[in-house]
Each structure stands twice: as C-alpha cells, then as structure tokens.
Ligand binder design. Structure first.
Ligand code: G
Ligand code: G
Ligand code: MN
Ligand code: NA
Length: 250
C-alpha cells in the first residue's frame, strides 16, 4: 500500500521515465525501431522494475493515467527520430479494457504529430483475455488509425494460435523463453521454426526477443526470422543516446 501511495505521486513528481531498447533487422546492422520500457525512480528504493509496479498500477487503476502518459511521452520522443524508426509501446490489460483507448491513441498521435505507421502497440494474450468480438473490434479500430499491432510474448499463452486466426497482427514477438533455449532444446527450436514459418505465411514480421548470444542470432538468421531484440544487440537506454545510435546505422 505504501508503494501504491508513492506511485500515486510518481507521475507528478516526474519519477517515471522511459528507456528505449533497439530492435534490429535480421542482419543486426540496422535499427528499425525501439521498444519503450518504463522505469520508476523511487526516491528511497531507487529504480523499481515494471514487474513490480505495473501490477500495483493495474490494481489501483493508476495504470490509466500512467499508460496515457507513457503513450504520449514515447510518441513525442519518436517524433524527433529519423522517420524510418518505429516506436513500440506496451499496453496493459486495464488500458486495453478501457473505453476510450482508441481516442487516447489518436490523441497521442495528434499532439505529437507522429506518423501513425511509426507507432506499434504491443499487446499480450493476457491483455486481450480472449478473442472476443469486442476486443477484435478495438484492434480493428486501432488499425484504422494507421498504427501497427504487435502480439507480444508470443507462445506463452494457451491460445496463441487462436489469435492468429482472429486478427491480422503486423508483428509477432517470440517470447524470450524460446530464444533462451533454442540452442539446447530441439523442442524450443522447433517452435521458433514453426512461428517464423507461420509469420511468413501470414505476412507478419517476426521479432525474436531476448537475443543474448551470437549462436542464437546465427540460428535465427538461418530460420528466417525478420527482426532481433536483446542484450546482444542493445540494452534499454535513455532517449538521449538514440540519435547517435541510429546515426551509426544509417
Ligand atoms: O523492461 P523490463 O524487462 O524490466 O520489463 C518488464 C515487463 O514490464 C515486461 O513484461 C514489459 O512488457 C513490461 N513493461 C515495461 N514497460 C511497460 C509499459 O510502459 N507499460 C506496460 N503495460 N508494461 C510495461
Ligand atoms: O514482456 P516484454 O517483451 O515487453 O518485456 C521486454 C523485457 O525484456 C524488457 O524488460 C527488457 O528489459 C527485457 N529484455 C530485453 N532484452 C533482453 C535480453 O536479451 N535478455 C533478458 N534477460 N531480458 C531482456
Ligand atoms: Mn514488449
Ligand atoms: Na515480450
């Protein structure tokens, strides 16, 4: 409850901030965009992970305010980048379930002037809860704004395949757990192979998350994955580093 009270003040106190992790093309030589990852600089505890404070934000309803802030902040930042760079923003279940999400996204684009096609919204299966008609309608409305929709942590839910039939996602992100094991586990590798194959057939980009070792990168190139994200290619970092990072690859 302490932390919840502190979180209530965090926005006003400007204690929340975003880090940006690069997403590379499959060669690892070009950055195609960044994922915005939230952090909380707590005055006493230091930097708190979203794994700790997002659930608190969800339960208290604070996520609506925090999520709206993150969306505008990330779009504003990206509007300063080279125009071939995309920004990915994670949406939490409460944000997705809320009336007015579509207006909120439209507002963020409007006030920042970001081209809609440069914004990607990352949604997990647990965010969607189910492929209900209401949820599918919201995804279509978002898509009509011109933004891209990404299915995050793909493979960890129990109905992943069902979602692919329900909605044309622009990108799938293979969950880190598969990448971590793909060099040692035939099963993990088989799943990575199957997901990249499906992505191709369905004309969805496929990003491997959590790429930490050169052997993983080589294997992902061989399997025909389209994008790479992970500590091997770049850690989440402050916005100030980005202009120079992207400049190196252009
Ligand atoms: O950056 P890190 O790996 O610590 O993030 C941990 C988790 O927090 C991930 O699941 C990530 O998706 C989630 N997360 C990070 N930033 C945000 C955000 O801005 N909004 C939401 N809803 N989740 C976030
Ligand atoms: O759930 P989501 O995919 O949004 O979470 C992304 C999280 O994964 C971020 O918190 C980010 O810090 C973390 N992450 C990104 N790359 C790596 C990596 O190579 N290894 C590990 N262990 N975590 C990573
Ligand atoms: Mn994500
Ligand atoms: Na993910």
């Amino acid at each position: 409850l302490d932390l919840e009270n502190d979180l209530r003040n965090a926005l006003a106190q400007k204690e929340l901030f975003l880090l940006y992790q690069p997403i590379h093309d499959i060669t690892g030589t070009h950055i195609t965009g960044f994922e915005a990852l939230m952090r909380w600089r707590h005055p006493v505890r230091g930097v708190v992970s979203p794994l700790e404070f997002i659930p608190i934000a969800e339960n208290s309803g604070l996520i609506l305010e925090i999520g709206a802030w993150a969306l505008v902040e990330a779009c504003r930042e990206a509007s300063r980048w080279p125009s071939d760079q995309r920004i990915s923003v994670n949406l939490s279940p409460a944000q997705f379930g809320r009336q007015g999400l579509v207006d909120e996204v439209a507002h963020a684009l409007e006030v920042t002037g970001l081209l809609p096609s440069r914004l990607e919204l990352e949604i997990t299966e647990s965010t969607l809860l189910d492929a209900s008609q209401r949820n599918i309608d919201i995804l279509h409305q978002l898509k009509r704004l011109g933004v891209r929709i990404v299915l995050d942590d793909f493979g960890t839910g129990y109905s992943s395949l069902h979602y692919l039939r329900s909605f044309p996602f622009d990108r799938l992100k293979i969950d880190q757990s598969f990448i971590r094991e793909m060099c040692d586990s035939r099963e993990a590798l088989a799943i990575v192979r199957a997901v990249t194959g499906m992505g191709k057939s369905l004309e969805m980009e496929v990003t491997a998350e959590g790429v930490e070792r050169p052997e993983q990168m080589a294997l992902l190139q061989q399997e025909g994955c389209s994008h790479l994200q992970g500590f091997l290619l770049g850690r989440p970092g402050p916005a100030a580093d980005i202009v120079s990072e992207t400049a190196n690859t252009l």
